[in-house]
Design a protein around this ligand. Structure first.
Ligand code: APR
Ligand code: ZN
Length: 372
């Protein structure tokens, strides 16, 4: 086939922090060496897109990092993908050759890890422009566009038989939560779990804990509307801090006879990390952080919390090696061993993408899937 050319398509461009996205005609470069150009089919809105849109300084920009699509063309050197392949995009990639990728201990690829400057990993440039003026990327994915260019190490091939409009959630939130429960915490049967924040991330930790046979799965959220839906993902006890007369850690310590075996921070509020640590037990209590704070990223905690044997562990993307491990999660979904559809509370057309931002800001959704 002939070498791919620049194409124009519609993209939802953020022109400044907190400003509603505008659907614009953008030019999309052909894929460069080892890159692929993807026709985005579905993309869901994650809290991290919203936080970055509200607080970061890189604009104009195309957000979106939880997505599925079809390969439209491949750049020089790409042998792993061809036109028509179905893919999930990866906001943190896997080169399979660096020290981390070959360590067997880490998913923090040194070559294709989280990209923070709004450009492509390989040449620090953008693949989007409007009348020649660069439009920046987000996490080297930028799925709020009909077409996007990603590194071939930042996509994973999936079977043509799985519904792209559902499995896009495995590209970030649902996989991150399941991985935190299974890979990072490795929750054991009969144990007690407390989860701070019952969005898609927290409720995916809950699903993971339920699969492992946790005896108590306590969900903490300030939104009372989360109480009912949380039960369907395995939450056995719902705690609303606004309705407690004692501290949250006192409540958790009482329910769990001295602290949970595992605590998970799925809000993105570093202040809650101390609370999470105080609500897991001495000796072996483990707190896992998944949230991405938008303000006050520093942690403070009394050293005695750790001296008494607790552990604090961070994780990105639930510890999954994205290319190597995601196919097994897609398989589990096909065999109905994991739930994904239940997190999709809204389906939104591309023109109405700003509605997804409003719903998430107001705490009215789990995942909005945007159909391109
Ligand atoms: N105490 C308890 N719950 C809170 C608090 C608080 N102080 N503040 C917010 N919450 C709850 C919200 O009510 C909401 O139900 O945390 C939940 C967060 O869910 P979402 O906004 O849907 O976010 P989600 O996509 O699940 O992501 C959670 O993980 O990947 C990161 O950037 C992401 O930091 C974010 C976190
Ligand atoms: Zn690597």
């Amino acid at each position: 086939s002939s070498f791919p050319a620049v194409l124009t398509c519609k993209a939802a461009v953020a022109w400044g922090p907190g400003q509603p996205l505008v659907i614009e005609e953008v030019e999309v470069s052909p894929p460069q060496p080892m890159e692929i150009r993807v026709k985005v089919v579905s993309t869901s809105l994650c809290r991290s897109d919203l936080s970055a849109w509200e607080t970061q300084a890189i604009f104009p920009r195309i957000f979106g990092h939880e997505a599925s699509g079809v390969v439209e063309s491949v750049g020089p050197g790409v042998t792993e993908f061809s036109e028509g392949d179905h893919v999930l995009t990866l906001f943190t990639g896997e080169c399979k050759t660096c020290r981390h990728c070959t360590s067997g201990k880490s998913n923090m690829c040194q070559v294709l890890g989280l990209e923070r400057k709004g450009v492509m990993h390989s040449d620090q440039k953008t693949r989007f422009s409007i009348k020649g003026k660069p439009i920046y990327h987000y996490c080297a994915v930028s799925s709020f566009s009909e077409y996007t260019v990603v590194h071939s190490g930042c996509a994973v091939k999936v079977s043509l038989a799985v519904p792209l409009e559902k499995i896009c959630l495995l590209s970030c939130g649902v996989a991150a939560g399941l991985g935190a429960a299974w890979n990072v915490a490795d929750i054991s049967e009969g144990s007690t779990v407390v989860i701070y924040g019952l969005g898609t991330v927290g409720l995916s930790v809950a699903q993971g804990a339920k699969v492992r046979g946790a005896s108590k799965i306590i969900g903490v959220d300030i939104n009372p509307e989360k109480s009912e839906i949380a039960k369907t993902f395995g939450i056995t006890h719902f705690v609303n801090p606004k309705e407690c007369s004692e501290s949250i850690q006192q409540v958790i310590n009482r329910i769990t006879d001295g602290g949970a075996d595992y605590a998970f921070e799925c809000i993105g509020d570093t202040g809650m990390i101390t609370t999470a640590l105080q609500s897991c037990c001495q000796g072996w209590g483990l707190t896992v952080t998944l949230g991405v704070p938008k303000v006050n990223p520093e942690l403070t905690a009394h050293y005695g919390i750790l001296l008494s044997g607790r552990t604090l562990r961070g994780s990105l993307f639930g510890g999954w090696k994205p290319k190597s491990d995601l196919p097994s999660l897609v398989d589990m979904y096909t065999k109905k061993e994991i739930q994904i559809d239940e997190y999709i509370t809204h389906n939104i057309s591309f023109e109405d993408i700003n509605q997804a931002f409003t719903l998430m800001k107001e705490g009215k959704c789990l995942r909005c899937v945007i159909h391109l």
